[in-house]
Design a binder for this molecule. Sequence first.
Ligand SMILES: Cc1cc2nc3c(=O)[nH]c(=O)nc-3n(C[C@H](O)[C@H](O)[C@H](O)COP(=O)(O)O)c2cc1C
Length: 204
Amino acid sequence: MVYYLIMTGDTKFNIVLIPGSVREARQGIKVACWIAGLVEARGHRVDFIDPKEKPLPFLDKMYKEYDGDASPLLDDLHHRLERADGYVFVTPEYNHGVAPALKNLIDHFQSEFFFKPAAIAGYSKGGFGGVRAIEQMRLICIELGMTPTPIPFAVSKVIDTFEKPGQPIEKEKERLVERAERWIGEFEWYLEALKNQREKRRPY
Ligand SMILES: Cc1cc2nc3c(=O)[nH]c(=O)nc-3n(C[C@H](O)[C@H](O)[C@H](O)COP(=O)(O)O)c2cc1C
């Protein structure tokens, strides 16, 4: 699936959104596209990096270790991650952990993420909404110098909640939008706060 960028006149922040699942029958793409739409509707630019469309081999060298000799794909990902003011990660929960394709992509990079906020969404087939994967993502983000925002966004029973990419079922819509707007609103606060501080100075 190709996700097209929509640019608005008064773009506020540049957000990289990464869905975690690359499975053929992945449910998460439905959630990720819907979140992308909500973030764009608030005036931000969404750069959708789909690990299924940009498949990376398992980690060998980190981007910084290539010393100017990285693949065009790694170069492209580096520039896009570097440009971002913040990140939205949309992860399924696999055996109580985060999606391996998402972790593999993230592991290739490091300083690109420093001092920026991360909004984490999780989902699962069952009733817990991927909260254990969300908690792991928080720790990964912290290690990479990101600030994970306090409110997580968990979608339980994902198969029953979303019917297609970008579209929750009608009876769930209002409740989901209300929760997501609060989650994104908080993310915006961190986007602004950390951007202001990055512009003033960086500790290193
Ligand atoms: C390898 C694997 C492990 C899973 N482990 C969990 C789990 O620990 N907790 C959970 O709630 N669901 C688990 N599930 C069910 C997923 O929540 C469900 O398959 C979901 O649709 C996965 O996201 P995806 O379709 O976008 O890949 C697992 C699914 C797979 C394929």
